[in-house]
Design a protein around this ligand. Structure first.
Ligand SMILES: Cc1cc2nc3c(=O)[nH]c(=O)nc-3n(C[C@H](O)[C@H](O)[C@H](O)COP(=O)(O)OP(=O)(O)OC[C@H]3O[C@@H](n4cnc5c(N)ncnc54)[C@H](O)[C@@H]3O)c2cc1C
Length: 393
């Protein structure tokens, strides 16, 4: 007999992994998704599951949380970066720097792979179901980002270029961020990621595209534009007063340094399920297993944003002579100096770290626009606009 029914809002990686874990433990896991399939937020673009923040390989991480790589999953240990002077730096690592995956609705996308695993575990999906009100007490909310702290603009296209990855660090094409080109099996993704000056997004994209075309001899067939955004805030929301567990980007779990949020989405979804199964407080699990990464990432973001083009060149030169994984992992450790940098960064970014997306009614977070600190006028406005994702119905 099935155990309790658990409502999960959002069929992103965070919601799906929570549903898989719960269904495998015998719970009646029901996922509500506003679209008629998974992966709607993405466009067949390639992304990376980063492999530098932890000692164990990302493959082991996936195994530990029960994810089978039944999707495109390609290791990359060698690639090239370009600085603002078009100097090329070849980067290598002993183990893969990241695993390339595809996002979206295609058959071998990460999203479809997780969906297949969820269906096999017995998860029920309620498609075309946009949740407006939460009435039940057992809810996991993984509705993704609502505000933009980082944006990406790019194209997906077909090409005959050999597989590989390329990165571009230059504030004139990607302010405080980076541009990237990922090529796999006749298809490619090129995008620029901006952490500042969003209103000139097209200008940066055009400059980035020209730079990429000048530096890489690549044919571009059937290009299709895409864009997206990421959302991070601290303190993140874990559990609302109403006992809703927030996971993934909906909770603010995003990598403030470069926007590699997939591992946080998976970890938080898994931990939310674990807390229901074992009775351990979700907040405590998050504090132990996610928060140090978020704080380190914010500290790193503050440091990275101070580098400028000369700093990027210095870093690339430094990385070019070493195993890049070792260097990156060192900088992802939650050391005393990172804790101090985090405090500085948190003060520096205090106005940006507000939970701009939190539109839940009666939520407990003091930073949001509708929590107990919020201005009643704003609250009314939000209710009137019916923006709140406040329930399962
Ligand atoms: C262009 C781009 C490139 C990226 N590249 C990388 C990368 O290389 N590596 C990396 O680690 N991360 C990357 N990220 C970030 C990563 O994709 C996200 O962190 C991750 O998808 C977050 O997962 P999630 O489950 O929290 O949310 P989402 O993936 O956003 O899923 C949320 C789901 O909830 C559904 N939903 C929303 N509201 C409701 C509602 N009211 N009712 C029902 N359903 C609802 C949505 O339709 C969606 O399916 C990238 C992001 C972008 C935009």
């Amino acid at each position: 007999m099935l155990k309790q029914k658990i409502h999960i809002i959002g069929a992103g990686p965070a919601g799906m992994i929570a549903s898989i874990r719960l269904a495998r433990a015998g719970y009646n896991a029901v996922v509500y998704e506003q679209h008629n399939n998974v992966g709607f937020r993405f466009n067949g673009d390639f992304q990376g599951i980063e492999n530098w923040s932890t000692l164990e390989d990302a493959q082991i991480f996936l195994k530990q949380i029960g994810v089978e790589p039944n999707f495109t999953f390609v290791p990359h240990s060698q690639g090239s970066f370009f600085d603002s002077g078009s100097n090329r730096f070849d980067i290598t690592s002993k183990r893969p720097l990241f695993y390339l995956i595809e996002r979206g609705e295609n058959l071998w996308s990460f999203d479809q792979g997780l969906k297949r695993q969820a269906l096999a575990a017995g998860v029920q999906f309620k498609w075309n179901h946009k949740v407006e009100h939460i009435q039940s007490r057992m809810v996991i909310s993984g509705t993704g980002p609502k505000a933009a702290d980082v944006i990406a603009k790019g194209i997906v296209f077909r090409t005959s270029h050999p597989d590989g990855y390329f990165g571009f660090l230059d504030d004139r094409i990607a302010p405080k961020g980076y541009a990237y080109l990922l090529i796999n099996d006749g298809r490619a993704t090129f995008a620029t990621c901006l952490f500042e000056d969003f209103k000139h997004e097209r200008l940066y994209y055009e400059r980035a595209f020209d730079r990429m075309k000048n530096l890489i001899n690549i044919d571009i067939q059937q290009p299709k534009e895409f864009g997206g955004f990421g959302n991070f805030f601290l303190p993140s929301i874990t559990t609302g007063k109403d006992n809703i567990l927030y996971v993934g980007e909906n909770a603010g779990f995003q990598d403030a340094l470069w926007g590699f949020g997939i591992r946080h989405a998976l970890t938080s979804g898994y931990l939310a399920a674990e807390s229901i199964i074992t009775g351990q407080p979700y907040e405590k699990l998050v504090q132990e297993q996610i928060l140090p990464f978020l704080e380190t990432a914010l500290a790193n973001r503050w440091l990275y944003a101070r580098l400028g083009n000369k700093g990027y060149r210095f870093i690339l030169k430094y990385l070019g002579k070493r195993d890049v994984i070792e260097v990156l992992r060192k900088h992802h450790q939650y050391t005393i100096s990172k804790k101090i940098s985090y405090l500085v960064a948190r003060y520096w970014y205090r106005s940006r770290l507000i939970d701009k997306q939190c539109l839940h009614l009666n939520c407990h977070c003091v930073w949001c626009r509708c929590g107990k600190e919020a201005d009643a006028r704003q609250n009314r406005q939000i209710k009137n606009e019916k923006l709140a994702v406040g329930g399962v119905s």
